[in-house]
Design a protein around this ligand. Structure first.
Ligand SMILES: [Zn+2]
Ligand SMILES: [Zn+2]
Length: 378
């Protein structure tokens, strides 16, 4: 008997190859040795099984760690059970499309008794913009499947009158071996006798009709940190749906935060951007403008004399809190020229006389264009 080859060697990758590299190597080798491409070639068949086995181990983080530590002589014996690796039926199409991971993922699940985690839930929660500044304590009410209170999650009127399902030995899942050509595929599915619960209830609880779970509303309190951005998901461990199997862990609740828009600020992480439309005289002569601000103190925007539309004024330390720090971002004010849309006769007269003072004729226009170009080009 020849010695079993190293899994990394089988796939032709280094020991520190990334998951992506391992997957790529497997895909290309599995295509090369696939029985559809090598009919009646027992050597290719052996190689095909060998790369499958290597990939089954190296694509599974837990098995990979064990293999990296112990090699082929893992103390628990073969991870595939006493029969060793049986091969997986996997089509060429799956290898092209990449639909093969699921087949390998369920490989090891069946050998261990595992309770199923409850469903994860996602809940979208909208908060006013002010919360991004101050943070807040929130409370919401969610509907989720929870353990029935009347039967304590057992699903039975009398919790002592529950039998383990004989068809699946209480696992809730059954395993089947399917033979397809030279390959055997192990498939795991929900136990049809007990519907995946792993137990037989002869006298079901009235409130949950034997499910052990029912839709219940629950208040959830959580803290939103200052500086929060839209789209962030807060994870509340164990606040999701109850597990179908008794003693299985509940799922998690994800609260996705949506921060409402401010009437004028746009956000660039902790910086706040705004446009400030001002009159021509504010730009020419300079000006000070006071605005109400999200931190409760008024914000003073100081426009220097001779400012131009498009100039940006940075006001440091008055933006939003920077998460994980005591500092704050900036407010960035972009100056805009507020053009009057309609002029009264009186205004027209005054602007005409102002034009006379400032000179708006075309005299020296080329010089002005040249100066503008050289300023723009730096
Ligand atoms: Zn119940
Ligand atoms: Zn069952």
């Amino acid at each position: 008997m020849t010695e079993k080859r190293d899994y990394y060697e089988v796939l032709g990758v280094s020991r520190n190859a990334s998951d992506g590299d391992i997957r790529k190597a497997f895909r290309s080798l599995a295509r090369k040795f696939h029985p559809d491409k090598n009919p009646d070639d027992s050597d290719a068949e052996k190689k095909f099984k060998e790369v499958q086995e290597a990939y089954a181990i190296l694509s599974n983080p837990e098995e990979k760690r064990k293999y990296d530590m112990f090699g082929h002589s893992s103390p628990g014996g073969s991870p595939f059970g006493p029969g060793g690796f049986q091969g997986v039926n996997i089509s060429l199409d799956d290898l092209f499309g990449g639909g093969f991971d699921g087949i390998f993922n369920q490989f090891f699940g069946s050998s261990r008794r595992r309770s199923t985690k409850g469903d994860d839930l996602i809940y979208r929660h909208t908060v006013p913009f002010q919360v991004a500044m101050d943070g807040s304590e929130e409370e919401i009410e969610i509907e989720a499947l929870r353990n029935c209170k009347d039967c304590d999650g057992s699903g039975s009127k009398d919790p002592n009158n529950v039998k383990s399902c004989p068809a699946c030995d209480g696992r809730g899942r059954v395993e089947r071996l399917e033979r397809l050509g030279p390959f055997t595929q192990r498939s795991v599915s929900e136990c049809p006798s007990c519907g995946g619960m792993g137990k037989i209830i002869s006298d079901p609880c009235d409130s949950c009709r034997g499910q052990g779970r029912s839709q219940q509303s629950k208040r959830v309190k959580f803290t939103i940190p200052a500086g929060i951005t839209s789209g962030v998901r807060l994870r509340m461990r164990g606040y999701g749906g109850a597990s179908r199997t008794e003693n299985g862990p509940p799922g998690d609740l994800y609260i996705e935060i949506e921060v409402q828009r401010h009437p004028w600020f746009e956000r660039d992480s902790s910086d706040l951007l705004m446009g400030l439309p001002v009159g021509f005289s504010d730009l020419v002569l300079g000006s000070k403008i006071e605005l109400p601000h999200i931190d409760g103190k008024s914000l003073t925007v100081k426009i220097d004399a001779g400012s131009e539309p498009g100039d940006t004024i940075e006001i440091k330390g008055r933006g939003l809190p920077i998460q994980g720090s005591s500092r704050r971002g900036s407010v960035m004010v972009v100056l805009k020229l507020d053009m009057p849309k309609k002029l009264t006769r009186e205004q027209k007269k005054k602007i005409t006389s102002m034009a006379d003072i400032l000179g708006s004729d075309t005299e020296g226009i080329e010089d002005r264009i040249r100066q503008e170009a050289s300023r723009r080009r730096g």
